[in-house]
Design a protein around this ligand. Structure first.
Ligand code: SIN
Length: 288
């Protein structure tokens, strides 16, 4: 098991990969790896360790077709099918992230962790962006939920420990995106601990997000709103939790969805941006 401690304690990842960090705690660019080719075991283990350590890995200048993108994803597990896939069509294991002047929304334009409405949310996502707005912009912000937890007071940590929250797919998919579920079906709705423990690093993290979390159980509505609004505002207004990825065409970013949130910034209307995302099915329910 990793300690989640940055690379000084993991010389193996450092000695195999060219790693350049974006901030002291979240985000790293990995150079010199060609993701279109099968990875050797040492290279794969080093990437895996760097991903646990840095949570968000940025690979520039990658030239991938869909099968190569999916093959890289499959090194980490089986591929996830998004609950809104029926509205996108195409390959069920590829989520298109396409924004043009005609888009009513851009996917992920608000702080969230991917698909926490699932009983077992994806353990990670890999977004491969091939078209960026010619005027610049379209960056993605990522926030470190280990650090969010660490920054809470001991009093608040005690209050939150042991609480459970509801994560409801209808909130973003119907509320924000206005897409009905497949006929005769409903979007997933599940409960997860407010403070979770990462299954591999063993570190505690804050596990609520404004995208999906609707209610903390066992509290009056106003008490739940008070805590959720406060926690989500804290995430949205604390820049030191974050790193910012500036996309270039042919950049792939791979994030650990178990300990991060992200926010795609839609500041480039009416220009376009295009990418495709592969997510990896999680292995276990988030646990306290
Ligand atoms: C998402 O996966 O939420 C979209 C992120 C992005 O477009 O940068």
């Amino acid at each position: 098991m990793s300690t989640g401690t940055p690379t000084a304690e993991h010389p193996a990842a450092d000695s195999i990969l060219d790693i350049s960090t974006l901030t002291p705690h979240i985000g790293a660019e990995i150079r010199g790896v060609d993701l279109s080719q099968p990875l050797g075991n040492d290279e794969f283990s080093a990437i895996y360790q760097a991903w646990l350590d840095w949570k968000v890995l940025v690979f520039r200048d990658q030239h991938l077709d869909r099968e190569q993108h999916k093959a890289f994803g499959r090194r980490f597990g089986s591929l996830h099918v998004h609950p809104m896939q029926h509205s996108y069509g195409g390959d069920p294991e590829i989520l298109s992230v396409k924004t043009t002047a005609k888009s009513a929304y851009t996917a992920g334009d608000g702080w969230h962790t991917d698909v926490t409405c699932d009983e077992i949310p994806p353990l990670g996502s890999m977004l491969y962006v091939t078209e960026t707005p010619e005027v610049g912009g379209g960056d993605t912000l990522y926030a470190d939920m280990y650090l969010a937890y660490d920054l809470l007071s001991d009093t608040l940590k005690e209050i939150l420990q042991g609480l459970t929250a509801i994560h409801d797919g209808a909130k973003p998919y119907m509320g924000s995106y206005k897409v009905a579920p497949p006929e005769g079906d409903e979007y997933p709705r599940n409960e997860h601990p407010v403070i979770a423990t990462h299954p591999e690093t063993g570190r505690k993290l804050l596990y609520v997000n404004s995208g999906f979390t609707t209610r903390i159980k066992g509290l009056a509505r106003w008490e739940s709103d008070l805590l959720l609004d406060g926690l989500c505002n804290f995430i949205a207004t604390t820049p030191k939790l974050t790193c910012r990825v500036r996309w270039e065409p042919n950049t792939l970013v791979f994030w650990d969805n178990r300990c991060t949130q992200h926010h795609a910034v839609w500041d480039y209307y009416p220009h376009s941006r295009y990418g495709e995302r592969v997510s990896i099915v999680g292995t276990e329910r988030p646990a306290a």
